[in-house]
Design a protein around this ligand. Structure first.
Ligand code: GDP
Length: 383
């Protein structure tokens, strides 16, 4: 098949949807399909696009911001539809399906598949009177016109219900990760990293874009309690974003500066050792609609490195964490409950290690991109 992927979220931008888009494109190409991706242009993407090309993925970059992409991408999508025999169109989120519909995918009788992540189904971005109603109507129309909807979690599937999509068109395909990229690292390497970071005792880790909903503030608020039982503990935060300054300020306000390390955005290749070096991965994301955690790929990445995880019981996180087996779910915005869960894992290394091992096994067996791409391929072929 020639599969045309259209996505406003794609590397080098960082995030769960970007990871999903790249993994699906590579996974479908690996299965022998011809894959073209229309995505936003970014400075310095040449080397990255060469890597995609080597993996059989042809990228067509469109000069555009993320928001303007569904409009700016239309000519490129139309050109591709005209010049090539595209068999299936795959939009990674509904705004990109708008580009496909505007470019005439329907007129050409090309089936349209649409992935759904969470937040984009709830967004209310239009501040002008009446504008939101128009936006909602467009979103509804686009979603209802898709032949196949691929939500990444049970939660995201539930968000599709109000759009009136028949259940037969909805297929949950959970996110995954790559167990050959994320795997346990030997103790010496972990110790070297901890020494470099200045982490002498137990290490808590968050990897996240620093946006409000991720709940890094809740971890900071829980930390004084954790430190009472584990005075040598440190909290390492990898990732960057608009909330960074406020979080750094909160850490020093709480008198935690020497226990908290903000690393900023770190290269993908270094993530594995970071996950593996941590005693617990923690991300108590809150649900402040429209901002929700549609799944939380980072829980799988940490699990794949055999690290136990703690997340909040919100959005799609209960699909990413098997409570009591790969990690713990706690109520959101509840520093006391979080401190208790952290204490539980730090206080019982054997059960923490068992949870880490179960997290690794779960990724190897089920929650990996191979399986996700198998499922998506099977559904695309059936369209
Ligand atoms: P979402 O971005 O809100 O959808 O959250 P997810 O947890 O689903 O996905 C986040 C993705 O971005 C994961 O694959 C992370 O590894 C990645 N990510 C977040 N922060 C960083 C960072 O600092 N460096 C790198 N290389 N990746 C990051």
């Amino acid at each position: 098949m020639h599969i045309l992927v259209v996505t406003q979220d794609f590397p080098p931008d960082v995030g769960g949807t970007q990871t999903y888009a790249a993994e699906m494109a590579r996974g479908l190409a690996r299965r022998g399909h011809r894959v073209s991706v229309v995505c936003p242009d970014r400075p310095g993407v040449r080397a990255l696009d060469d890597e995609f090309a080597a993996a059989g993925v042809r990228t067509e970059r469109v000069a555009s911001t993320q928001d303007a992409f569904p409009i700016k991408a239309v000519p490129a999508v139309r050109r591709l539809l005209t010049r090539h025999n595209v068999d299936v169109a795959f939009a990674i989120a509904w705004p990109s399906a708008l580009a496909l519909l505007s470019a005439g995918v329907r007129r050409r009788n090309i089936p349209l598949a649409l992935a759904a992540h969470g937040r984009e189904l709830l967004l209310e971005p239009v501040g002008v009177p009446g504008g939101q109603a128009v936006y909602d109507a467009v979103r509804r129309r686009v979603i209802r016109r898709a032949d196949l909807l691929l939500p990444v979690s049970r939660y995201t599937a539930s968000l599709l219900v109000p759009f009136g999509v028949p259940a037969t068109r909805i297929q949950i395909v959970n996110n995954g990760t790559d167990p050959d990229v994320f795997f346990p690292v030997d103790a010496a390497q972990c110790a070297a990293l901890r020494a470099r970071l200045g982490v002498p005792g137990p290490m808590l880790l968050t990897v996240s874009r620093l946006v409000g909903r991720k709940g890094v503030n809740t971890v900071l608020e829980a930390l004084p309690d954790v430190l009472r039982a584990h005075p040598g503990a440190s909290y390492v935060v990898a990732g960057d974003g608009p909330d960074r300054d406020a979080l750094v300020a909160l850490a020093s306000q709480l008198g935690l500066a020497e226990h908290v390390h903000f690393l900023g955005r770190i290269p993908y290749a270094e993530l594995r050792t970071l996950y593996a070096a941590a005693d617990v991965f923690v991300l108590p994301a809150r649900e402040s609609r429209p901002d929700v955690e549609g799944f939380g790929i980072v829980f799988l990445e940490a699990g794949a490195c055999s690290t136990p995880v703690i997340g909040a019981d919100t959005g799609g996180i209960p699909d990413a964490i098997e409570h009591g087996r790969t990690g713990l779910l706690v109520p959101p915005d509840d520093p006391a409950a979080l401190a208790q869960a952290l204490g539980e894992l730090l206080g019982s290394p054997d059960s923490a290690a068992a949870m880490g091992a179960a997290g690794r096994k779960r990724v190897e067996e089920t929650f990996n991109w191979q399986r996700a791409a198998d499922h998506v391929e099977a559904r695309l072929t059936g369209l």
